[in-house]
Ligand binder design. Structure first.
Ligand code: XIL
Length: 414
């Protein structure tokens, strides 16, 4: 339903604006930009990257951009302050980076996306310094038929990240889900499945060699009780499939950080203990392993608050840790109370990472609620992210910014 007050306000603002002013979500700066750098009333020019600045709703906490019209030199600074007005952005990645961490988001099907507000925030390297392709590097996307590899969509996502000054987290090489039936139901023997898995990793990680910061090499290997998940890989190869996959990934891309990634491992418990025992055993065997990813798909007020100690014990093994897919869902509709709890929960999670120096970064599983995977998988739930469907920052956005700004432990990411 249209909000009559908003519409009238917008009409008045348009009438009052100077002929030169740029409309909301229009370009207002960037390399060789010769147009206006002044935004419509109620919006300001937000620096995105050296090539692009964009008018976004709200008020900059300080002057956000200083672009010159013929800019071969575009001098831009986005400064943040605790007194920022409620609709201004604070620069989550910029805040995280100052504390030795990255702050990232995940995206899906960017090549079809014409939502300029979404793209402006998602591609703003002050907000997000890392990008994880949500689906495009999975087995069903990259090797739908045996030994026939497709990279078009994955390449789009990785290039988009690079063009927006973001690192890319590769996701994911070996997973029981989004796995074509030619693999899961192929009836392969041990040796054949090992060679299929090694070939997949050699090709996909080889294709992105040098282009991704990290790979989630094995995704979700455990059941909730800490027993091994019975995927085709585990059933056919046994637990050694993890070591084989990690070795293949190292051979294919020696500079990518190699991760194991799972959910409901953020707190101490059977599943996290299983991941810890696996990490210890892999390290003892000399298997290449650089980090543990904690997905952190959470429900508002429904998790055990032992994250920091849990992350720390993995870090104490000499591993990086990262929060890789953070979202905190609630039963819809949203209420102010739920959004306030969500903000507090986000702050708790971010603080747990920020207290551990080897917690190198945090990735949310997409930017705004209208792009979240949650409603399609958990039908009565949603509103799990930092921006609402109108691309307006939620209370959780500001609590995360506050946590990042207040962090005292320097991280090890650079
Ligand atoms: C999700 C995607 O976001 C959805 O678009 C897709 O339909 C299913 O997968 N854990 C993971 C991610 O490691 O790959 C999943 O992503 C979410 C749960």
């Amino acid at each position: 339903m249209l909000n009559r007050g908003l519409v009238l306000g917008a009409v008045a603002a348009i009438a009052a604006q100077s002929a030169q002013a740029v409309a909301v979500y229009g370009q207002c700066g960037g390399l060789n930009w010769t147009g206006s750098t002044v935004c419509d009333a109620g919006s300001y020019c937000l620096y995105s990257n050296p090539y692009y600045s964009q008018c976004v709703p709200g008020t900059a906490s300080t002057t956000a951009t200083a672009t010159t019209s013929s800019a071969t030199t575009t001098s831009t600074t986005t400064t943040t302050s605790a007194s920022a007005t409620p609709t201004s952005l604070r620069g989550l990645h910029a805040l995280a980076k100052a504390k030795g961490r990255y702050f990232g988001t995940a995206t899906d099907q960017l090549w079809t996306n014409t939502d300029t507000a979404y793209l402006a925030i998602t591609g703003n390297s002050s907000e997000f310094g890392a990008n994880t392709p949500g689906n495009q590097q999975k087995w069903d996307a990259t090797e739908k038929s045996r030994n026939v590899f497709t990279y078009t969509n994955g390449d789009y996502e990785v290039a988009w990240a690079e063009n927006h000054s973001q690192i890319a987290r590769g996701h994911t090489l070996v997973w029981h889900s989004q796995l074509p039936s030619w693999v899961s139901s192929g009836g392969f023997d041990n040796a054949t499945l090992i060679s299929i898995m090694e070939n997949h990793i050699a090709n996909v990680a080889g294709h992105y060699k040098g282009q991704v910061y990290s790979w989630d090499v094995v995704n979700e290997p455990f059941n909730e009780d800490g027993t091994w998940r019975t995927s085709v890989f585990y059933n056919t190869i046994g637990p050694s499939y993890v070591a084989i996959a990690l070795r293949a990934a190292r051979a294919a891309d020696p500079t990518a950080k190699l991760y194991l990634n799972d959910y409901n491992t953020d707190w101490t418990g059977s599943k996290s203990d299983a991941m810890y025992a696996l990490a210890q055993s892999l390290i003892a065997q000399g298997v290449p392993l650089d980090g543990i990813g904690f997905q952190a798909h959470l429900i508002v007020n429904s998790f055990s608050r032992t994250f920091q100690a849990n992350y720390q014990r993995f870090a104490d093994l000499g591993l990086d840790v990262a929060i890789t897919e953070l979202d905190i869902r609630m039963t819809l509709p949203t209420t102010d109370a739920l959004l306030a709890s969500q903000a507090e929960n986000y702050k708790y999670v971010v603080n747990a990472c920020l207290a551990v120096s080897r917690c190198v970064g945090i990735t949310v599983w997409d930017t705004s609620d209208d792009y979240s995977w949650i409603p399609s998988v958990f039908p009565t739930q949603g509103a799990a992210l930092l921006f609402d469907a109108n691309k307006k920052p939620k209370p959780a956005y500001y609590s995360v910014a506050d946590a990042l700004a207040a962090a005292t432990v320097k991280g090890t990411w650079s």
